[in-house]
Design a protein around this ligand. Structure first.
Ligand SMILES: [Zn+2]
Ligand SMILES: [Zn+2]
Length: 403
């Protein structure tokens, strides 16, 4: 079993105590008649206290944070062979104190050795994570006992990879649980579309009067999508796609529109946004592709989703059907839907690479990345800075599809 990470506990000193300390120092300077050597002594003392306070403040910022390096976390997770269940869940619910909620969540999930990525905001929670199977019952009981999470449905992954789906546990407090770029005060976010079950979705797919629209980014729909779906391929962020969706679907305003995404969360706001933009009949796939796959399997329904469902964890995808609908980005010939990250950490671009190309190019997306990775460490630091400031700034998202 892997060593449990060390999390900072709450610091004893808070800002009020620190400000009292400073007041005491100021008071001391005024009252005492001081010589130059005393002054040097006080200056040294002040410096020591200042450093101490800085340290405490840094500790405050990093409280409840797993302080192991990325590599350490990766090694520990890979060495932990306990079977795990990968799941995702979300809920739009009022969370009045997201920071306190985060600490409660982090303390419990760390205790149960869960790994994953969770966003908490005043508008709700969005979680993608895994749980050791041996702790599943404890996890479930705890989650269902939280007033904010009572009755929340889980979307369980249909397949686990050879490696764990996550290497660490991060819970972040964010302004929103999905970066959609919308101003929620300008439309009714609660006026969402009706849900579609897997069986209803299948009817939509076969209905010539219905329009199926993929709410995901290009690199997601490239490896898998519903039959007959519109898959806009010029968007690498949900924010950009959402902005343009009403315009892209303008000719279908009076038709039945069905939208879908990975786990359903993006469609909650997107359906309300489309309705706000004059679409009369907008529905969305409940639980997204993840739950569609489960329903199809459980109910023995025909599967209308072709290919892989891209997921945001180390597995990078779940196979839903045996069809391989994408082509290797490097040779542009071999049918392949395996996403890879460029081995050059500075680039780290996500691309589709077939086995032969990965071997031929040694895991790099390009010749220049292979050369860049050969640079001595001290040069790489400068290249990385230049890359982040100049190149990446021009790319809205690092998961850019290769040209
Ligand atoms: Zn290839
Ligand atoms: Zn690269």
């Amino acid at each position: 079993m892997s060593k449990r990470p060390c999390y900072w506990s709450r610091t004893i000193l808070d800002r009020e105590i620190l400000s009292d300390l400073f007041k005491m120092i100021a008071h001391f300077n005024v009252k005492v008649n001081i010589s130059s050597s005393d002054l040097a002594f006080i200056a040294r003392g002040k410096l020591a206290i200042w450093l101490f306070c800085g340290m405490i403040s840094a500790m405050e910022r990093t409280q409840l944070k797993d302080l192991r390096s990325k590599e350490e976390k990766r090694r520990a997770a890979a060495a932990d062979t306990r079977p795990r269940t990968t799941l995702s869940f979300y809920r739009y619910v009022k969370i009045s104190d997201p920071k306190a909620f985060r600490e409660r969540l982090l303390t419990k999930l760390a205790e149960l050795d869960c790994l994953g990525r969770i966003y908490v905001a005043t508008e709700g929670i969005n979680a993608q994570m895994n749980v050791p199977k041996m702790y599943w019952d404890q996890f479930d009981v705890w989650v269902q006992n939280q007033p904010e999470l009572k009755g929340i449905p889980y979307k369980i992954a249909v397949e686990e990879g050879e490696m764990p789906s996550f290497f660490r546990l991060t819970i972040k407090v964010r302004p929103k649980i999905v970066a959609d770029g919308l101003d929620d005060s300008t439309f009714d976010v609660t006026n969402t579309g009706e849900y579609l079950t897997a069986a209803q979705m299948n009817e939509y797919v076969d209905d010539p009067n219905a329009v199926i629209f993929d709410m995901r980014n290009n690199y997601e729909s490239e490896v898998g999508h519903f039959k007959n779906a519109i898959t806009p391929d010029d968007f690498v962020t949900f924010r950009d796609e959402l902005k343009r969706t009403p315009e892209l679907l303008n000719d279908h305003k009076d038709k039945k529109v069905a939208i879908y995404c990975t786990g359903g969360i993006r469609c909650e706001k997107a359906s309300a946004w489309l309705k706000h933009n004059g679409f009369k009949d907008v529905r969305h796939l409940k639980g997204g592709i993840i739950d569609y796959a489960r329903q199809v399997k459980e109910q023995g329904l025909p599967n209308k989703f072709k290919g892989k469902n891209f997921v945001f964890d180390e597995r990078l995808g779940e196979r839903i059907s045996d069809d391989v609908i994408a082509t290797c980005h490097l040779c542009k010939e071999t049918k392949c839907d395996t996403h890879q990250h460029c081995k050059n950490q500075i680039c780290h671009t996500l691309f589709i690479g077939c086995d032969a190309c990965m071997e031929k190019h040694h895991g790099y997306c390009s010749w220049s990345c292979a050369q860049m990775d050969k640079l001595p460490r001290r040069f790489k630091k400068h290249v990385a800075r230049w890359y982040n400031q100049v190149i990446r700034k021009r790319q809205p998202f690092k998961k850019t599809k290769l040209a």
